[in-house]
Design a protein around this ligand. Sequence first.
Ligand code: ADP
Ligand code: MG
Length: 388
Amino acid sequence: MQVLPGATLGVLGGGQLGRMFCVTARTLGYQLAVLDPDPGSPAGRTADHHIQAQFDDTAALDRLAELCDVVTTEFENVPAASLRYLVAQCPVFPAPEALEVAQNRNREKRYAADAGLLPVPYCALKSEADLATALKAIGLPAILKSATLGYDGKGQAMVTSEAELRAAWQNMAGVECVLEKKIDLALEVSAIVARNANGACCFPVAENQHRNGVLHLSIVPARVDTTITEQARVQALQLAEALDYTGVLAVEFFVAKDGTLYFNEMAPRPHNSGHYTKDACVTSQFEQQVRMMCGLPPGDVRLLSPVVMVNMLGDLWEPDWNLILRQPAVKLHLYGKHHARPGRKMGHFNVLAENVETALAIAEDVFSKLKLQSANGRKYTQIKTKSN
Ligand code: ADP
Ligand code: MG
């Protein structure tokens, strides 16, 4: 079945990923409906219909199903029960089963291993009694993570001793966790796959740099041996195949200093590290999301230019826009969020250049100026407040 322009597409979740999905789908001639409780949600404000309700509100789900020809998600933590409720009324891609795998770190690692990928050495923790066994199996240093609901480094603690592990476990307040070996990283890469019954393809692999557990920048092509990027590409496709996946699937990998490629985690949706595709590929990850859920063939994933994507967090607010806009090869994307908070993803910019070194130099120059300006801005505000 194909869903063609003119039809209405639904999205569960109203954040920036939903917003970029809506803008792209609208360009392709679709109508949009967003379900999200926040009246000011970035996606809700760009859609034809914004259903302001919780994800488990059955009347709201009924309304979404009534409006839409097909529904997707931009947020993997939509309750499984809501997805199943919706699936009984209208097509939902990716399928609830795939989302359920991605909602739990232990489940996704087991699934990845079954699909032939190599997860980071890990041990599931369900009770305090599991701590000793896990410590013995994984060793130190290790990272304790909550199995569910973690993002941007939240719900994680690095531990270097048994005492620290016990304290971190107490802090998690009894939720299911995973203890992972801390990998000596050479770098991190991600591979984003688009798949449906018409075929599957993978975007060029991105090299990702994180700061404080949050993605800072992505570099494409990744500065790593092509045997590694090829391995990541093949493994991401393999995982999508094993899940019989329909939609866009992002797979994060660690490249260890010894060259081993470990599966870290997956996201059943477009990914922050795929924002470069908006300006640098024939087809963006959001167009791919539309194409996959609508039963259309995948678009060309060819890279048109080397690119560096830089995240803009709330820490930079309010930026001097001219620092970005005066650069002719820098493309600004803002998410329309009303309130900036430190660590909150507010936007990103893509730098296109003839090679990644030049793109990276421009990206770092612009970013450091934005940082400097925001630091000075904060001083200024403090002085002003004092004098008032
Ligand atoms: P999130 O869901 O917050 O993205 P991740 O598991 O991807 O959680 O962790 C965020 C970042 O923390 C990773 O991209 C990586 O930089 C670092 N990290 C997480 N787990 C490990 C690990 N086992 N070894 C080394 N670094 C890690
Ligand atoms: Mg991650």
